[in-house]
Design a protein around this ligand. Structure first.
Ligand code: OAD
Length: 249
């Protein structure tokens, strides 16, 4: 892929790079994207029903089982070259803030440090009643049931953001600040359909950042980016880092 010189220069000279990633970045690790996560056992369920407080309240065992299935799947995969390239870019850039909608923790496993988990993390457990974090070592009352919170006895739920729930305050504030402050904004592997994550692009663009979309397909925002690199993030990102930092070496 030919990376435009203007883009490699913008990346190399950036004071602050802000990155938003979506499920497309984890797809090449074998983690189904959100909208095709419902395969096999889960085909008959609508994630928009399962990933909600009401869905969990109605059938804690079903929703807990779905997340256990997703956790097991993530534990069996590895970060891919796209994750690794972003971790390398963080070491090469003056500053890089990585905002991810993914809950799989693969960016951290690849070595990224400044990560804002916009939708929480699959491997964090919280009390369903009070929201406080619960040690994941807590055991379920019965096979397949969610564990119970040691302090209130209510069910334990996955520490991810469900539909209809607010993004954690600190994540929201950190992401908005990075989008406003950055001079290069990369949107990678996201359909840009879910707010407030999708709105970070407008904040970055109106703050004068150079904007770049990296996606296998066209999205509703594609037409508005300064640069669009069409392809798989696991192939494009290593080339982008190579062209921005290693061409002259
Ligand atoms: P989606 O599944 O909506 O979109 C994945 C995007 O990645 C699509 O635009 C694909 O074309 C693209 N894609 C797939 N494979 C790719 C690859 N190898 N390289 C580059 N791009 C690729 O996932 P998200 O946009 O992350 O929210 O979804 C955002 C949020 O919607 C999720 O976090 C989830 C969901 O509702 C919650 O759970 C709250």
């Amino acid at each position: 892929m030919v990376i435009p010189d203007a883009l490699t220069r913008a990346i190399r000279e950036a004071r602050h790079i802000c990155v938003l990633t979506g499920a497309g970045v984890s797809a090449e690790s074998g983690v189904p994207t959100f909208r095709d996560a419902m395969v096999g056992l889960w085909e008959k369920h609508d994630p928009h029903q399962l990933a909600t407080r009401q869905g969990f309240a109605e059938d804690p065992k079903l929703v807990w089982g779905w997340y256990q299935w997703r956790r097991q799947l993530v534990l069996e995969v590895e970060p891919n070259p796209g994750h690794v390239a972003l971790a390398e870019l963080e070491t090469l850039a003056n500053r890089l803030t990585l905002i991810t909608q993914n809950v799989d923790g693969l960016h951290q496993r690849a070595g990224s440090h400044e990560v804002i988990e916009f939708h929480g993390n699959l491997f964090v457990d919280r009390c369903f009643e009070k929201g406080n974090i619960v040690a994941s070592s807590v055991q379920p009352a019965a096979e397949g049931e969610p564990p119970t919170c040691p302090s209130c006895g209510g069910f334990v739920r996955p520490g991810v953001v469900w539909f209809g729930e607010a993004i954690p305050e600190a994540a929201l504030a950190g992401a908005f600040a990075a989008a406003r402050d950055c001079d290069v904004y990369l949107s990678i592997g996201t359909s840009s359909e879910i707010d407030p994550a999708a709105g970070l692009f407008d904040i970055a663009r109106s703050s004068g950042a150079t904007t770049v979309e990296i996606n296998r397909d066209v999205t509703g925002q594609t037409a508005h980016f300064d640069f669009v690199l069409s392809g798989k993030s696991g192939e494009v990102l290593p080339q982008l880092v190579e062209s921005a930092y290693k061409q002259d070496l």
